[in-house]
Design a binder for this molecule. Structure first.
Ligand code: ZN
Length: 696
């Protein structure tokens, strides 16, 4: 699993919920979600709001698509007609489009710095960016470095003569750099039971292409491609053909065995399943084939009162696999994981193999090309330095104040929505309202930049640095930063997300909503938009995030961000009944001929449904504003993707496909029927008794 994908999964395990396609960002990292092949700046300006259909006289159907049958297609047909996916992209949507614009601006900065011939003060952002780019783009240096600084660590895995030596070697790598393959992976996050403190979470194994692919009969073609890739990587590592083929087979056998005992993506969000506190002694009983005390020392996390095991079933399975007869297969597994983790930062051959497999998995037919790839890596390695530059160039205090006003409106409306729920007791309603009142709001960028920004220093090639050595520094910084948090009181003003991120989130452990500076742009928000358009744009996104406080997982956390069920048993039962109707409703949709997974997408669907109710309630019976809000919402979720990428998202994304996100919520929204003439014969029609939602 690539580091960024791992980061995404970690975020998922914290149940940080993204408004947009959370996976779009990882997709960007995996080489997609760029821009379609046309110039939107002239024809279909991103700065123009979608004006709505015009409730009195909707434009005639020229293409045969009726809004009564397919609202999403009707709103987006002109836009999507203009979009042809680039061969280098798996997907187009507004999140990716804006991300590409931000990246291009940052690329310009990199280009200028790389050519200006100046020397910058050590530790300044300019020095770091300039020298990092040189390390990234100097392929001769990368090829000469090879696996250089990692070689001794790889050797300690390859030379392990027993399970004990193997565990030692992988634990050292995890403790020092954060590499995690089979056992010893950990992360430091807020304690879900006591959110003022940090705790050590023992992470699950790296399941490579993932359980969802491994166990999906429709995805086996991709699994085959993946194991060809494993074989190619091992060949490049120096194994002979027979050895590489045999190792790939044994890695696959291990992986299938591990996946059979691994939680599903939706289970990872559920703290009642993933919060399992163990003492060191109890951990020893779980990992009977490991010297746990020694392992915790290697990980630099010995002496904690508790360790939270996120996937107990998987941990038991892995313990059972840690026997001498599996030693070679385990060593091969960990070797491959490391190669895969660093591939894009090492030699030309490893980087290309890695790029090719991601392109193949997502249906991308052409690579980005060296310069674009290098610039992307440079930005990934120095996220906060670029964040600071982004904020200096882009952030408007006035926009921030406008958006704060919209947030206030939404929180007030939510209070009304809570109050009208007949199935909730007065006491529970008060707790829910308290959760709204205490919700922390973060907009734009942090008051103080994270310490990790200055901890990350870049050593230039002229002083013996290389891309790989600087990558290892960034991994060490991240581990040291995390370890430094243990024993401290949580600082809730910290930001985990950079300001240039085109997204928004709710974090249940902080009971906070976060809107990075970059989401405050058209088409999501623009000060020149109408009231309705901004409510359907950024308003809908804000309401979606607020709804996450009361989705199937968020509802399990209290106002302080502690995992603490504050509902009565009857209320929980009713909540689950309503949830099941939402699961069934979305299970009934399909996308590109493939079924939507209503269970995987439940929490996001609850948030979407709640968001639209909230926006429609705020607008009330202003038909024009409702029309503008619905139209803008549908427009902002316009999306095109390759079939392979759609399959990938259906497997792993906790959001429904964009088209379904739009049409399914509208079909369950009473106000939608009130402003447009939609009847039982129309495609968008759902009978009143079949409409779903919790926060209605
Ligand atoms: Zn969400």
């Amino acid at each position: 699993m690539k580091r960024r994908l791992l980061a995404l999964v970690l975020a998922a395990s914290m149940a940080i919920q993204l408004a947009g396609c959370g996976n779009v960002r990882s997709a960007q990292a995996e080489g997609s979600a760029g821009r379609g092949d046309r110039d939107l700046s002239t024809e279909q300006s991103a700065a123009n709001a979608f004006d709505g259909l015009g409730v009195e006289s909707p434009a005639p159907d020229t293409s045969g698509v009726r809004y009564q049958d397919d609202y999403y297609e009707y709103v987006n047909k002109n836009l999507l007609d203009k979009i042809e996916l680039n061969a280098t992209d798996a997907q187009w949507n507004w999140f990716g489009e804006l991300n590409a614009v931000v990246s291009e601006e940052m690329e310009e900065i990199i280009r200028e710095l790389s050519m200006d011939g100046n020397t910058y003060e050590r530790g300044s952002s300019a020095q770091k960016i300039k020298d990092m780019y040189e390390c990234v783009s100097n392929m001769e240096n990368r090829n000469a470095t090879g696996l250089g600084p990692l070689k001794p660590h790889m050797d300690s895995i390859r030379n392990a003569g027993s399970i004990a030596e193997y565990v030692d070697a992988v634990a050292k790598l995890s403790g020092e750099f954060g590499f995690s393959s089979i056992i010893g992976g950990f992360t430091v996050m807020q304690d879900k039971m006591d959110s003022n403190q940090y705790a050590v979470y023992m992470m699950y194994a790296d399941t490579l292409i993932g359980k969802e692919y491994i166990e999906n009969s429709a995805a086996q073609e991709y699994v085959r491609l993946y194991f060809d890739y494993v074989e190619d990587m091992l060949l490049e590592f120096g194994m002979d053909a027979a050895q590489a083929a045999a190792s790939a087979d044994s890695i696959e056998a291990l992986l299938r065995d591990i996946c059979a005992s691994t939680l599903t993506t939706e289970q990872y969000y559920d703290p009642s399943i993933t919060y399992n506190a163990y003492t060191a002694e109890e951990l020893q009983q779980l990992y009977t084939n490991v010297d746990v005390e020694k392992m915790l020392k290697e990980l630099n996390v010995a002496g904690q009162d508790k360790y939270i095991v996120m996937d107990v079933g998987q941990a038991q399975k892995i313990n059972s696999l840690l026997v001498e007869e599996n030693l070679q297969a385990l060593k091969d597994y960990s070797t491959f994981v490391m190669l895969n983790d660093v591939a894009e930062y090492t030699t030309e051959t490893y980087a290309k193999l890695n790029d090719d497999i991601h392109n193949a998995l997502y249906g991308i037919t052409e690579s980005w090309g060296d310069e674009k790839t290098w610039m992307g890596l440079t930005q990934d390695l120095l996220p906060w330095d670029f964040g600071m530059i982004f904020v200096e160039q882009h952030f408007s205090e006035k926009d921030k104040q406008d958006v704060e006003g919209i947030i206030e409106l939404i929180l007030e409306e939510y209070e009304e929505i809570i109050k009208r729920q007949e199935w909730m007791s007065e006491a529970t309603k008060q707790k829910a309202i308290r959760k709204l009142e205490t919700m922390q709001v973060k907009i734009g960028y942090p008051d103080e930049w994270p310490k990790a920004k200055d901890m990350m220093q870049v050593t230039p090639i002229s002083e013996g640095g290389s891309l790989l050595s600087n990558l290892l520094v960034s991994m060490q910084v991240s581990i040291d930063y995390s370890l430094g948090l243990l024993g401290t009181t949580v600082d809730r003003s910290e930001w985990d997300v950079t300001p240039q991120t085109i997204n928004a989130m709710y974090d249940p452990v902080n009971n906070e909503i976060v809107f990075p500076a970059a989401i405050l742009q058209a088409p999501f928000y623009d000060s020149s938009y109408s009231y309705g358009a901004n409510l359907g744009g950024i308003g809908y996104i804000i309401a979606h995030e607020v709804s996450h406080a009361f989705d199937a997982n968020g509802a399990l956390y209290d106002e302080y961000g502690n995992y603490n069920v504050w509902w009565t048993e009857e209320e929980m039962a009713e909540y689950e009944r309503l949830s099941q109707s939402i699961v069934d409703y979305y299970d009934g949709y399909e996308f590109m001929g493939m079924p939507v997974n209503g269970t995987l997408t439940l929490s996001e669907n609850i948030a979407d449904l709640g968001a639209l109710t909230c926006i429609a309630s705020i607008i009330g019976n202003d038909r024009r504003a409702l029309d503008e809000a619905f139209g803008q919402m549908a427009y902002n979720w316009a999306c095109e993707s390759t079939e392979s990428y759609a399959l990938y998202l259906l497997n792993v994304d906790t959001h429904s496909p964009n088209k379904i996100r739009v049409n399914a919520v509208l079909s369950s929204c009473d106000a939608f029927y009130e402003i447009y003439e939609i009847g039982p014969k129309d495609g968008m029609y759902v009978a009143p008794e079949d409409r779903v939602g919790i926060w209605r």
